[in-house]
Design a protein around this ligand. Structure first.
Ligand SMILES: Nc1nc2ccc(CNc3ccc(C(=O)NCCCC(=O)O)cc3)cc2c(=O)[nH]1
Ligand SMILES: N[C@@H]1O[C@H](COP(=O)(O)O)[C@@H](O)[C@H]1O
Length: 203
């Protein structure tokens, strides 16, 4: 499976995905990394691994539709079959999301449906929950609402700050995202037209 990873920053999830696809058991190959911001660490990580990169800077586009259209062109040029949003911080338009329905995954730093949106880690701390985690889900038009593929729980310690909790969640992300990539990339899991997950048992 030909995979593209979309990033906006550090790329620690990208790093985890790159390490996963290098395993002989992996059914995936990362053929492109796209960032909406120039000069971010994630671009350096991709180049170090010999993966082609593109910057599609959202500030240079008059509309979200044009921005998404440019990303789509790169994905088609590289015959991408699966898109992974790894710390990608731009909301994608309906037409783009519909086109890539069932072929686009996102990692979110909470146990969805709790704590949607930005700063999910801070929301969990402020809510006083004792367990949070991360979620890998198919991307739907409604933000952070797509079918859930993998989750991993993470305890919140009484000593936790937003930073210490975010770090612990990120370690879980680095296990959950590669696992989800393999499930979808291998065809073990698919998205049904009604938006529900299908686990493909052979026979
Ligand atoms: N339509 C769709 N698109 C997405 C794009 C990115 C992410 C990643 N998680 C994200 C979740 C939330 C945001 C957000 O609210 N950012 C502040 C506004 C930024 C902007 O103006 O664009 C960004 C990424 C998820 C989705 C999704 O679930 N559905
Ligand atoms: N999606 C969110 O973006 C953050 C940055 O990820 P990365 O750039 O280090 O992969 C991560 O915390 C992830 O939950």
């Amino acid at each position: 499976t030909r995979v593209a990873v979309l990033i906006s920053g550090t790329g620690t999830n990208l790093q985890a995905l790159m390490e996963q696809v290098k395993k002989p058991s992996s059914s995936a190959e990362i053929v492109m990394v796209i960032s909406n911001r120039p000069g971010v660490m994630g671009l350096k990580r991709a180049s170090m691994a010999g993966i082609q990169t593109r910057v599609v800077d959202h500030k240079l586009y008059g509309s979200r539709a044009e921005f998404d259209g440019t990303i789509d062109k790169v994905l088609e040029e590289f015959r991408v079959e699966l898109v992974c949003l790894a710390g990608f911080m731009r909301i994608l338009t309906g037409p783009f999301v519909r086109k890539w329905s069932g072929k686009m995954l996102n990692i979110h730093p909470s146990l969805l449906p709790s704590f949607k949106g930005v700063n999910a880690q801070k929301q969990a701390l402020q809510a006083g929950v004792r367990v949070t985690g991360c979620t890998v889900h198919f991307v739907a038009e409604e933000v952070d609402a797509g079918a859930i593929v993998v989750q991993e729980a993470v305890p919140i310690l009484v000593t936790d700050t937003e930073d210490s909790l975010s770090e612990r969640i990120r370690e879980a992300e680095h296990r959950a995202f590669p696992a989800a990539l393999e499930l979808v990339g291998s065809g073990a899991v698919k998205l049904r037209d009604d938006g529900r997950l299908v686990w493909n048992q052979s026979v």
